[in-house]
Design a protein around this ligand. Structure first.
Ligand SMILES: [Zn+2]
Length: 407
């Protein structure tokens, strides 16, 4: 054995387990495992979970909130402020910030990440290339999927279409898109499918981002996904328009999404900050209806989106913080609901990203997090330290914290 993790909690109400790891894989899980290992971790009854999966983040525009504030807090000003700053981004600047943001998510237990890397004719591929470089540099710590992301639209930014093909040739893992910021949205979606099929890659769209139920193309996306046989391979971020949709239409949309097996990434940190800014009273939450989607069998994965920029002026790269934000916002704190939230930052995003050999079971990759808490049921609300993060069977992060009340 390379690594033996002793006496950890895998399921509440069951005996503690030892977990053996060899050559980056989990080789045995049993109440007692005999034998010696190169390294041993004493679990002491703490909770072991599979690695956290960050399914939607923008590393390339992280950590710029101090440069130019978004004073109104609106999506419109966030886009304006960021567009103003983008020409000042050098490769070195993007590298330094993206690396810091990446280390923030790694230190909080992420072992896989999908990041949107943007490009447009004015900026070229500086950001995209920098993210591809970090993917290689950090491969021992985290599996990174890079989404080729045309943030400024495709038709409204001529030259972008060609760049998406170039990004795919340069090794992008996923085809990104932004139907809400382009017109016609349906043709934008058609083009994304054409590219995705050519390269046999999954699709990840910034689907819609509005306070109202207009300007959404989700119904068309569901039809198209089924028509193209892409069920399970399409993910959508934000999807806030569903929050404002009248029940009869919403029910049909969610049923179509379940049929098309569309993965949804609610982004509560951003959506709560930018959403409903024109509501002067009874201010809406403006986050996609997580419970309804979950109850209809739609795969829901909670994600960060941005860390400290005009879209989200806070964040530490901690998915547990995001999950804890989603709990009250999505009315997910009930005894039947809370156990469904932790999978929204582990198994569900792993499924959305199509991760192979993910999970806490024999034969799976040893991508694990030991939480400094002893109960699965309260693992989220305890807001535990990530005592150990393990990637491919190797300890990549260790956190020790001692609190003493000085009586
Ligand atoms: Zn995003």
């Amino acid at each position: 054995m390379d690594l033996l993790i002793k006496q950890v909690r895998i399921n509440d109400g069951e005996p503690l387990q030892d977990v053996a790891i060899t050559d980056g894989k989990i080789t045995e899980i049993a109440p007692t495992i005999a034998g010696t290992a190169t390294e041993t971790i004493e679990g002491n009854g703490r909770v072991l979970i599979p690695g956290l999966v960050e399914s939607h983040i923008h590393l390339d525009k992280a950590l710029i909130a101090d440069r130019e504030p978004n004073k109104s807090g609106t999506l419109k000003e966030a886009i304006e402020v960021t567009a103003k700053l983008k020409p000042t981004f050098t490769e070195e600047d993007i590298y330094t910030r993206a690396k810091k943001a990446l280390e923030m998510i790694i230190s909080h237990g992420a072992t896989a990440v999908r990041t949107h890397a943007e490009f447009d004719p004015a900026q070229g591929f500086t950001g995209f290339n920098t993210i591809m470089r970090l993917k290689e540099e950090y491969k021992e710590f985290i599996d990174m999927q890079v989404v080729a992301f045309p943030q400024e639209g495709i038709f409204k930014a001529p030259g972008t279409e060609k760049m998406i093909y170039e990004a795919m040739e340069m090794g992008a893992d996923v085809v990104g898109g932004i139907p809400y910021n382009d017109a016609p949205a349906n043709e934008h979606i058609d083009l994304i499918f054409e590219i995705a099929k050519k390269y046999d890659k999954d699709i990840d769209l910034h689907q819609d981002f509005a306070d109202e139920a207009d300007n959404t193309s989700i119904e068309y996306l569901c039809e198209k996904t089924i028509k193209e046989g892409y069920q399970g391979r399409v993910s959508v971020g934000h999807l806030t328009a569903l929050h404002a949709m009248e029940p009869e239409r919403l029910e049909k949309v969610i049923a179509s999404m379940a049929e098309a097996k569309i993965n949804v990434m609610p982004l509560p940190a951003t959506d709560l900050h930018l959403g409903a800014r024109n509501d002067s009273f009874n201010v809406r939450r403006a986050v996609t209806p997580i419970r309804k989607l979950r109850d209809a069998g739609v795969n829901v994965a909670l994600a960060t989106n941005n860390i400290r920029n005009a879209f989200t002026p806070y964040g530490n790269g901690d998915l547990i913080q995001i999950a804890m934000l989603a709990v009250p916002v999505g009315h997910l704190g009930g005894s039947d609901d809370l156990p469904t939230v932790l999978p929204m930052i582990t198994e569900n995003p792993a499924k959305a990203l199509g991760l192979k050999d993910y999970g806490l079971a024999v034969g799976k990759n040893a991508d694990l997090v030991l939480l400094d808490t002893t109960s699965i049921a309260t693992a989220l609300i305890d807001f535990p330290e990530r005592a150990y993060v393990i990637k491919n069977g190797r300890v990549t992060v260790k956190v020790e914290k001692t609190v003493t009340i000085m009586k």
